[in-house]
Design a protein around this ligand. Structure first.
Ligand code: UDX
Length: 439
């Protein structure tokens, strides 16, 4: 059984490399010629711990290759193959709904390429509006009658992509036949032997698991951030509140860290696409709360800008602001909908000179926000700053010596947008330490 992976973003590259690691021969496809050239050369075009090494091992072992040509891919894979589709579903411009252009084009292209082959399975991994799998299955029945569709949503987190793929919390497969289930059980045999829970279900349930999981995570984050707003008004401490809540096993402490809120290529656009789809299905009321979740999340960004202005004595004009962090979260160079960069850009627009430093995401940030300044280290960014904003919780920021940083700045004021620094240590070194939701 040969495997192909169509779409080599975060999800696709990781899935391809991990399937090769599981012992299968895998070919990845992307329409981006430059990306494919880099991947074929063993270079991963983004930062993901462990992925580059895994890719190189699998390419060297002859189990992993890449192409831009659907005909080549189909001929190589032959009958009985499993084709995964893992292209992106970004938010449509000016709308909440997901842009399905890439998904539709990928299924259309693979269907045409395998039209005259024997049996094969085409498995969707992209996060899609519920109902997509059934629609695609109808189309495939016309174009490639021997091919069957299955849906297998992916729950990997950036920064832990390899680990999450090889040791997932669960596997979910939406299938319409025993053969499709058998094929996927064979593919994931090693994971199933390790007792990874498997849920075998229908198409719409499989599609919904993914968006409801992301919605739940977004709810948890916005819940604690809403509590942070109340804490600010009441003079309470949201970190202690969160800690006390976390001891209740029904609540749990994960995704209950208050701060600047969620960003990235998944959570924000997935909850919006889910709301849009619910509207189409006539159940928009059921998801009306997600609008509030989104609003709470966006308010944290505005509040952080306000806090920076307060720390600069009421005006950002002409002030020097150091921003630590540009990625949407640590262990990633992904800046899609990054709260850190959103705040940095807003402060810049209010007349401050903003200098950003991120351990991995500086190059990406510079391309998207060329008018901000960039430094090569946290200390360089802090030079002569009127205030420092800690906006992405990289470990290296926690390891800095507050006293040493204090010698560089114009004013010892720091805002911890991630509630991750040691407040007592910074205060002991003479800093005014402020954080969201804390006195
Ligand atoms: C998410 C889901 O976790 C994953 O299962 C899905 O497949 C894709 O979307 P990812 O986007 O990689 O993964 O990031 P995640 O680790 O979930 O963090 C999302 C955002 O929430 C980040 O901006 C992070 O900083 C923020 N966050 C997370 C908080 O603000 N507080 C928390 O307690 C946890």
């Amino acid at each position: 059984m040969r495997i192909t992976v169509i779409g080599t973003g975060y999800l696709g590259v990781t899935h391809a490399a991990c399937m090769a690691e599981l012992g299968f021969e895998v070919m990845g496809l992307d329409v981006d010629v430059e990306k494919v050239a880099a991947l074929a050369d063993g270079r991963v075009p983004f930062y993901e711990p462990g992925l580059q090494e895994l890719m190189r091992e699998q390419i060297a072992a002859g189990r992993l290759s890449f192409t831009t040509d659907y005909a080549e891919l189909a001929a190589w894979a032959g009958d009985g193959a499993v084709h995964f589709v893992s292209v992106g579903t970004p938010q449509k411009k000016g709308e909440y709904a997901a842009d399905m252009t890439y998904v539709d084009a990928a299924f259309e292209s693979i269907a045409r390429a395998i039209a005259h082959q024997g049996r094969s399975l085409v498995v969707g991994k992209s996060t899609v509006p519920v109902g997509t799998a059934a629609r695609i299955a109808d189309r495939l029945a016309e174009l490639a009658p021997n091919a069957e569709v299955a849906w297998n949503p992916e729950f990997l987190r950036e920064g832990y992509a390899v680990q999450d793929t090889l040791h997932p919390d669960r596997l979910v497969i939406g299938v319409r036949s025993e053969q499709a289930e058998a094929d996927l059980r064979h593919l994931y045999a090693r994971l199933l032997a390790e007792k990874v829970p498997l849920v075998v279900t229908d198409f719409p349930t499989a599609e919904l698991v993914k968006v409801s999981a992301n919605s739940f995570l977004a709810v948890k984050i916005s819940f604690i951030n809403a509590m942070a707003e109340v804490c600010e008004a009441a003079g309470a401490d949201v970190m202690q509140l969160s800690q006390a809540l976390s001891y209740d096993p029904r609540i749990g402490g994960r995704f209950l860290v208050p701060g600047l809120g969620f960003g990235g290529g998944c959570l924000p656009k997935d909850i919006r696409a889910f709301m849009a789809r619910a509207g189409e299905l006539g159940v928009d009321q059921a998801l009306a709360f997600l609008k509030e979740v989104d609003a709470i999340n966006m308010r944290r960004r505005a509040r952080t800008v306000d806090l920076a202005r307060e720390q600069c004595d009421g005006s950002l004009l002409g002030k020097r602001v150091a921003v630590w962090g540009a990625a949407f979260k640590p262990e990633s160079d992904d800046i899609r909908d990054s709260p850190a960069l959103n705040v940095a850009a807003s402060i810049h627009l209010q007349g401050a000179q903003v200098t950003v430093y991120d351990p991995k995401a500086t190059d990406n940030a510079r391309k998207m926000f060329p008018t901000l300044s960039y430094a090569d280290s946290a200390l360089e960014a802090a030079d002569q700053a009127d205030v420092i904003l800690h906006l992405t919780e990289w470990k290296e920021f926690r390891e800095l010596d507050p006293a040493a940083v204090g010698g560089l700045v114009r004013s010892t004021r720091i805002i911890d947008g991630r509630n991750a620094l040691d407040a007592a240590a910074w205060r002991a070194a003479g800093w005014t330490y402020r954080a969201l939701g804390r006195p």
